[in-house]
Design a protein around this ligand. Sequence first.
Ligand code: SF4
Length: 427
Amino acid sequence: MTERFAPPPARGCSTTPVLKERGQHEVFCGLTGIIWLHRKMQDAFFLVIGSRTCAHLLQSAAGVMIFAEPRFATAILEETDLAGMADAQKELDRVVHELLERRPDIRQLFLVGSCPSEVIKLDLANAAERMSAEFAPRVRVLSYSGSGIETTFTQGEDACLAAMVPVLPASDERQLLLVGALPDVVEEQAVGLLEAMGVGPIRVLPAPVRNAEYGVGPNTVYALTQPFLTDTHEALSRRGARHLPAPFPFGEEGTTAWLWAVAQEFGVDAETFARVTEKPRARARKAIAQASENLRGKSVFFFPDSQLELPLARFLTRECGMHAIEVGAPFIHRAVMGPELDLLAEGPVIAEGQDVDRQLDRARAARPDLVVCGLGLANPLEAEGMTTKWAIELVFTPVHFYEQAGDLAGLFSRPLRRRGLLKLEAA
Ligand code: SF4
């Protein structure tokens, strides 16, 4: 029965030698995660300790937020503040006091570190601990780094969630923890499917508000919904919780395998699983078939950016008929990516890290039909006649689980269709 929902075997890339590159890289920093995290955690505030560049990044990335009561800001430490560490700490205390007086709705405050060397020297962990003691029990203060030196843009979420794990209470309750910030509608679908199979109780990290939090402990099993949560994975393991390794819930096949891993852990029988998933699986297959028509037979090349590259390459090759030339990921954590590497058919170069010029040379030589990369590389590659997909869109668009599987394929087919139309117009 176990094989019934497990994907068919592939030779796999688990033993493919990984090309490790440690050169210049072109990615957004971890501050970007604040844009989706502040929507998920309704009583949280993100205070970036940074420079004017950080403030500009947040403002332009979150431009749509200007009409809402913001739940993030940048404490810009001027050169003079940074000249003496004591002054910088005092300045930070002043900003936090003002903020918490003005905003009694804040229950969790994240001090988010950034790149400037003086900010790196500031001991934000200590400051958070001191402030937590001062403002408890009303406000919990935590810290993490979103610095572009240490993090790619999705690692900001990982660093944030990993900072929350150690302060969760202890619990012996048998429970499933879904880990990763998904759009509400997608999260509801996942929880709905699992509850319909009888799986529960189900908790999510991050919880929508601090009061909705729960404990973790040795009877907690957790499933990651995002492939970039490796520090969070380690932090949960340290609390005694157990990871359910599985492919990620992208596409019909990935979603089924992910749900099946959870279902097996909770003793769901195959008939129940089939009954609950049959219709959404059929819908997903149909939607993917329609949306991937112009992807079949095309080649794809991934630059490392979002950390979603391996699961997406698996989806595009196994469900959309593409073939992968190179799959680059910022880092490859075997315990998290193992099930993906097993399923990705042998063939593409698997690269970890980046040496952007060398990788650009390989992409130019291969002339793939589609390049998935960051914004900084997309424009020059488009100018050279290549078709690109911005990796960052994959994080801002609902793409997980069955009902979004067609949209996920559509995100990749749209740039190819657009390029086809431009060629027709030019002819
Ligand atoms: Fe730039 Fe670093 Fe600030 Fe990110 S954290 S906006 S990379 S200065």
